[in-house]
Write a protein that binds this ligand. Structure first.
Ligand SMILES: C[S@@+](CC[C@H](N)C(=O)[O-])C[C@H]1O[C@@H](n2cnc3c(N)ncnc32)[C@H](O)[C@@H]1O
Length: 242
């Protein structure tokens, strides 16, 4: 029996942005092949006001507008009706910083996601609290910087998940070797030509000696992690020693 597609439902003010970059390359092919599918729910459709207003000024003062809880609630209701099993995610700089382990969990241990994309100053806290308490809404951040909207973050989150879905990336091995999968950053990669300007491919990679190549890659991965990401290195050392 054919597996049902992994479902992504985007709750957004800009449904026309999707699938956007996700229509290309691996994600695009997987979309065509029915490995995943995508629906959008336009937040504006759930406004009851004459001018389709979705936001209002912040109580307590301060710059910018906030998405109204009643409008977002109705949009989330509609999204979760069409994607009832999906994890419910709000993308926000205040969320848990997203790491590959979360991506793996979201891609491989859930049938899909409903993603709420914020805009302006964000979303009224009450609707987030309500959906967190009743429906387990989770908050993730893409990093310690501010994007102007959750859609850009959603592209990144979806892309990271989709490439892990079975059948999307040709070889399982290429996923296993990547940065973070082995708790280290990836070793350097080389291709043809063997000499480029005055730079050579490291001899060991041309040796055909499988074990030596593995050892070299491991050492390089450790060196790069130690030099660039002391936080990851400390975690690695803690778990595996040197
Ligand atoms: C301009 S931002 C609002 C930032 C908010 N006022 C704050 O300081 O936390 C508008 C929307 O973009 C999205 N966004 C911005 N930065 C993000 C990040 N680092 N990770 C995930 N989503 C982000 C969120 O959905 C947010 O509601």
């Amino acid at each position: 029996m054919k597996k049902s597609p992994w479902r992504a439902t985007l709750v957004t003010l800009f449904p026309e942005m999707f699938p956007g970059p996700l229509a290309y390359s691996l994600a695009g092919k997987a979309l065509e092949d029915g490995i995943w599918n995508l629906n959008t729910v336009a937040i504006r459709d759930f406004s009851l006001s004459k001018h389709n207003t979705v936001d209002d000024t912040c109580f307590g003062g301060g710059a910018g507008m906030v998405l109204r809880p009643d409008v977002v609630d109705r949009a989330l209701d509609a999204a979760t009706k069409e994607n009832p099993e999906g994890r419910i995610i709000y993308l926000t700089p205040r969320g848990k910083p997203l790491i590959q382990e979360d991506v793996r969990e979201l891609a491989l241990h859930s049938p899909g996601m409903v993603i709420l994309c914020g805009r302006y100053e964000g979303v009224d806290q009450r609707v987030l609290d309500d959906w967190q308490e009743r429906r387990g809404l989770e908050e993730y951040s893409l990093g310690d910087y501010i994007l102007s909207g959750g859609e850009i973050a959603a592209f990144a989150l979806l892309d990271a998940c989709i490439r892990l879905l079975p059948g999307v990336v040709g070889s399982e091995e290429s996923l296993q070797d990547e940065s973070f999968e082995l708790e280290l950053l990836e070793y350097p990669q080389y291709t043809r030509p063997q000499q480029w300007n005055d730079r050579m491919v490291p001899d060991v990679l041309l040796s055909g000696h499988h074990q030596k190549i593995q050892d070299w890659r491991r050492e390089q991965a450790k060196r790069i992690t130690r030099e660039r990401r002391p936080d990851l290195w400390a975690k690695y050392i803690n778990k595996h020693g040197n």
